[in-house]
Design a protein around this ligand. Structure first.
Ligand code: ZN
Length: 246
């Protein structure tokens, strides 16, 4: 069983709750889809936990921004302020680990699954949320299962090559989803800053033997996390949005 995590964003309390829940559910491996840092006050603890546990990992746009590897002039003012606050917190070990990651994980030839932060079209920036992006993803990536993060929106979209149709079959808080047939585009949602109106930390479990997928949610200490964010000099909005899941 593999725990699929994305968009942790320096939220160590959410990450710890997710890791505990994933272990209790029997996950023995972890795949990480990027954005370890940005928005949250404990980037180094998140990096240390993910570095220790992740079998496969990619970096996200916020990781690259914190490292100074991409231009942040296009970020809105809140993201920019969060990036500067994050840069002030990063330790050498976190920098080293983030610098070692690419925004896509080159799959092995026999791998069923490919990992991207954004999408196969643009692993750093593309939001895999539109039909055009879905089509580009299945055209550009030969792997049967495509896991992405970045939008912070959990989904599981099935692509049927015969009809060329995409069907969203997510079962939130629900049962296992059978992903043994056809091709799938999957986002586990965000650990550290959910944006689908549910404030609980999101992740997914992938049973790679039975080829089943489950989206999961878990509570964590939001109030403490909000205090830490404000104390560390991040924008107030970064704290407020956590309670609303937006
Ligand atoms: Zn993100």
């Amino acid at each position: 069983m593999i725990a699929i995590l994305s968009d942790v964003h320096g939220n160590a309390a959410a990450l710890e709750s997710v890791l505990t829940a994933a272990a209790e559910a029997g996950a023995g491996k972890l795949w990480f889809l990027g954005d370890c840092v940005g928005y949250g006050a404990r980037p180094n603890e998140c990096a240390a936990l993910l570095q220790a546990e992740a079998e496969r990992a990619v970096c996200g746009n916020h990781d690259l921004a914190a490292l100074g590897l991409i231009d942040i002039s296009d970020f809105n003012s809140i993201s920019r302020q969060g990036t500067l606050a994050t840069r002030a917190l990063l330790d050498a070990e976190t920098r080293r680990w983030l610098e070692s990651l690419e925004p896509l994980d080159a799959p092995m030839p026999d791998d069923e699954a490919a990992l991207f932060h954004g999408s196969p079209r643009d692993p750093v920036w593309d939001y895999l949320v539109s039909p055009a992006a879905f089509e580009a993803a299945v055209d550009l990536c030969p792997n049967r299962l495509i896991f992405v993060g970045h939008s912070h929106l959990p989904f599981a979209v099935r692509y049927q090559p015969t009809s060329g149709r995409f069907t969203d079959l997510i079962k939130l808080d629900g049962d296992w989803l059978d992903i043994a047939a056809e091709r799938w585009l999957i986002n586990p949602g965000s650990v550290g800053q959910p944006r689908d109106g549910d404030s609980r930390a999101a992740f997914a479990l992938f049973d790679e033997e039975r080829l089943l997928l489950k989206h999961c949610r878990v509570e964590y200490d939001i109030e403490r996390t909000q205090r830490e964010i404000i104390e560390a000099g991040f924008p107030q909005g970064n704290a407020e949005r956590l309670a609303e899941g937006r």
